[in-house]
Design a protein around this ligand. Sequence first.
Ligand SMILES: Nc1ncnc2c1ncn2[C@@H]1O[C@H](COP(=O)(O)OP(=O)(O)OP(=O)(O)O)[C@@H](O)[C@H]1O
Ligand SMILES: [Mg+2]
Length: 262
Amino acid sequence: MVTFIGQPRRTRVCTRVDATCYTKAIAPLRRILHSDRMSSEKLAIQARGLHRRFREGDREHIVLDGVDLDIRRGETVALRGRSGSGKSTLLNLVGGIDAPDAGTVTVDGVELTGLSEHDRTLFRRERIGFVYQAFNLVPTLSVADNVRLVLELNKVPPAEASARIEKLLKAVGLSDRASSYPDVLSGGEQQRVAIARALSHEPALLLADEPTGNLDDATAEDVLALLDKLVRATGRTLLIATHSMHVASLCDRVLELQNGRL
Ligand SMILES: Nc1ncnc2c1ncn2[C@@H]1O[C@H](COP(=O)(O)OP(=O)(O)OP(=O)(O)O)[C@@H](O)[C@H]1O
Ligand SMILES: [Mg+2]
């Protein structure tokens, strides 16, 4: 059993995917993805009329109240807003971790809100990378194996996985730490592993939730510059929730969540 890395605490735990069930479920999904890629240029993210509310006892809290969002492929976008404004909630909807009460989310041409929870999980695993404030590395796995886990889940052949791991660890400056365990790494190093892991399966979309929130200013700047460089070098789309003006200033565009709307 493994916990699907990168999932925040309130989401469910997924078991390692059984090969038959994976093949059965992923084949039609691959066809959807493929046909979508073959068609006209699409937005990386399109959300329409997103509503999300949470109930606590008899109190209902409306967090998102009709969010529309268009992000082009290859764009880097910062999502700002006060604490509790719904940034993580919105990222979870865009990443297919959570489902909206109303509205639609389309990522890379696939409407997530039209998929079953199972297919959403497969889509997320294949097409989306996550980076979180708390790094979320698996403590019992080495640096290399933390990255390898995502590649295994995506059925990348072992030789290719090893080559990718080597290249990614080099890109994040951690070639010499491949066999180290997360607890001996600094916060910045752990986040660099998390970035390598998030990019390892070459996702269309990278979602980052306060990725520098646990780092000192200088380390945060380094990690951010690295993230920005790797995302731009590969033409990926980045949506990053942040309180930092500096992070926002590096992005192509800044969106502000306020009173449940952008
Ligand atoms: N599963 C849940 N159950 C109940 N309330 C929730 C749940 N998830 C989020 N909320 C509430 O939704 C609101 C928005 O939370 P969210 O985590 O999206 O905010 P945020 O903008 O990311 O804040 P921060 O900047 O502090 O991370 C908060 O009031 C939070 O308590
Ligand atoms: Mg948050």
